[in-house]
Design a protein around this ligand. Structure first.
Ligand SMILES: [Zn+2]
Length: 328
């Protein structure tokens, strides 16, 4: 050893010096990196595309809103404390909730079909009404949309039909559920909290009637896309079965408004539901169908990218977000 050191007097010094230098650099670069990188804020994905048979499906986040809740929006007929206990048990805040809005674009190869239009310019702010910008991020222009399907007449679904006083999708024809359209147009049985909604419908949906097809449950919109009765959340809401190359998916609009509450407590009354009992019955019927057929579903208010599966869980259901199933 001593021979080695004697023969290499400078090596030890160099190593020592290098270690000290390195330690200095490390602490210096760490502290300057921490100081220099600003906090960037939350980033969330807003475009998600996958294949279903020969179709391509693009989900686009129109945005989200934060509301007080979950009670009484969910479990309106339950005690506030028991709804809060349930939320806590499922890792959710007890006094606030986030409600996302996801619009779906289906490219069948011959038609580009848009399901619902988001909140639009009337409710546009930093967190919602963003479909128009994000459509571009997804690689589409509004002019390319051939068919706009409106699942039901609530403001977060019809809000994007117009932009700056002209139809937002200038080359599209429209598909409305016949009984949903009639309900809003007639204006009977509209509760006070939906009066403004009815005015918006008359102003922005009724003028589009001449370019619209009115469908009943069980009718095709384009080949591979068929309506399903989902009345209750609104009087004539329709869900849609999308089928291509032997693959099926169910787009259920607002059948569920929360991935935990609506699936695990499908019978709880929901503030947004027009007919509480009818909405709960539709929820049970369609959730059971999706679970038993083991097909994927898209829900407008499910967490983005809003596509997943349903499993039976005791007397109710469970939402299982999709992962790589569509990619293989
Ligand atoms: Zn909605």
């Amino acid at each position: 050893m001593s021979d080695f050191h004697a023969a290499n007097p400078s090596r030890r010094t160099i190593l020592k010096g290098a270690a000290a230098q390195f330690a200095l650099c490390l602490s210096g670069s760490l502290s300057s990196a921490l100081a220099a990188a600003p906090m960037m804020g939350v980033v969330r994905p807003s475009v998600y595309r996958f294949k279903l048979g020969d179709f391509e499906i693009t989900n686009i986040l129109d945005g989200y809103v934060v509301r007080p809740g979950p009670h009484p929006i969910f479990g309106q007929d339950q005690k506030e404390t028991s709804v809060q206990d349930f939320a806590r048990k499922h890792h959710l805040p007890t006094t606030q909730l986030e409600n996302p809005y996801t619009v779906t674009l289906v490219n069948t190869g011959s038609h580009l079909v848009l399901f619902d239009t988001g909140n639009g310019e009337a409710r546009r702010d930093a967190t919602k009404g963003l479909l128009r910008m994000r459509l571009k991020d997804a690689g589409f222009s509004p002019e390319q949309v051939d068919v706009v399907v409106i699942t039901h007449g609530h403001p977060d679904h019809i809000g994007g039909l117009w932009e700056s006083g002209v139809p937002a999708f200038p080359n599209a024809r429209y598909v409305f559920g016949e009984s949903e359209f009639d309900h809003w147009k007639r204006g009977d049985n509209v509760p006070d909290r939906r009066k403004k909604n009815r005015e918006q419908f008359v102003r922005s949906v009724v003028p589009l009637a001449e370019k619209a097809t009115f469908v009943k449950p069980g009718q095709d919109v384009v080949p591979g896309i068929q309506s399903i009765e989902a009345f209750g959340h609104s009087p004539g809401m329709l869900a849609y079965r999308i089928e291509s190359g032997g693959r099926n998916l169910l787009l259920w609009a607002d059948l569920t408004n929360h991935y935990v509450m609506s699936l695990m407590k499908p019978d709880w009354h929901v503030l947004f539901d027009h007919d509480k009992a009818q909405a709960a019955a539709a929820r049970r019927r369609i959730l059971a169908l999706v679970a038993d057929e083991a097909i994927p579903a898209i829900g407008y208010h499910m967490p983005f990218p809003a596509v997943g599966f349903v499993e039976r869980s005791g007397e109710s259901f469970r939402w299982v977000p999709a992962s790589y199933q569509f990619n293989l």
